[in-house]
Design a protein around this ligand. Structure first.
Ligand code: 13P
Length: 253
């Protein structure tokens, strides 16, 4: 059984102090992690204090990115080795904003996935889809190729640990969420691609998240879809109340 996962992606928002205030506000209000897992991906500046202030809360603390080398002369980059050493367990890789503003290619994403796994970090690999792609005929091959390229050289055991997110860039931060059917279609396609690359059994266990303008109002319908195992949430994860509303979606059904 796939446990739903609600992950916030704070992007370049909030401050260290605000991140601690956020944790105080959600203390004692998260769901049982056997029912729904929850996590927040935050700036590397916040991670140490968030890990300290998490206490015994069942909240996964994730990074929003890491580099593909463990250490060296890479000014400004975030080491996957150092992230793992400090207690971070998950890392978002290949987010559409990284691809768009920092020219991350499928090859770079693949190297980062390998680096994360080498350091026992669980990658949350994002696949995007622009509106022009959505309307074009190669739409399916575009999503399939992102998954295939991200997983190049990844063994079956490693692939079983990975989380994949379908995040159409036209739905990110736009308030224009994909319909539940569109979101399901993207997540189904990702799961089928994993099945083709590995096996039906492995694909059946891999969690696939949807991301793009998810909020309290639209989450129930999206999260009911067969191949959607949770959400990667930007804007609506910045406020404790809306994050908690999403985190507790099963209880609020
Ligand atoms: P929004 O929820 O703000 O659309 O952002 C989605 C996202 O990019 C999560 O990674």
């Amino acid at each position: 059984m796939r446990i739903p996962f609600i992950a916030g992606n704070w992007k370049m928002n909030l401050s260290v102090k605000e991140s601690v205030d956020f944790l105080k506000a959600i203390k004692g209000k998260l769901p049982d992690p056997k029912v729904t897992q929850t996590g927040i991906a935050a700036s590397p500046l916040f991670l140490e204090s968030m890990l300290e202030n998490r206490g015994d809360m069942p909240l996964i603390i994730a990074a929003e990115n890491c580099f593909y080398e463990d250490e060296g002369a890479y000014t400004g980059e975030v080491s996957p080795k150092a992230l793992a050493e400090m207690g971070v367990t998950h890392v978002i890789l290949g987010h559409s904003e990284r691809r768009k503003y920092f020219n991350e290619t499928d090859d770079i994403v693949n190297r980062k996935v390998q680096a994360a796994l080498r350091n026992n970090l669980i990658p949350i690999v994002c696949c995007n889809e622009t509106m022009s792609r959505r309307e074009s005929t190669d739409r399916i091959s575009w999503v399939v190729s992102q998954v295939t390229n991200a997983l190049k050289g990844i063994t079956t055991d490693q692939a079983a640990k990975i989380i994949i997110a379908y995040e159409p860039s036209w739905a990110i931060g736009s308030g224009q969420t994909a319909s539940p059917q569109e979101a399901e279609e993207g997540c189904y396609l990702i799961r089928q691609t994993v099945a083709d690359l590995y096996s039906d059994e492995l694909a059946d266990g891999v969690r696939v998240l949807y991301g793009g303008s998810v909020n309290d109002d639209n989450a129930q319908q999206i999260l009911q879809q067969k191949d959607i195992d949770g959400a990667l949430v930007g804007g609506a994860s910045l406020k404790p109340d809306s994050f908690l509303g999403l985190a507790n979606f099963l209880q609020n059904k």
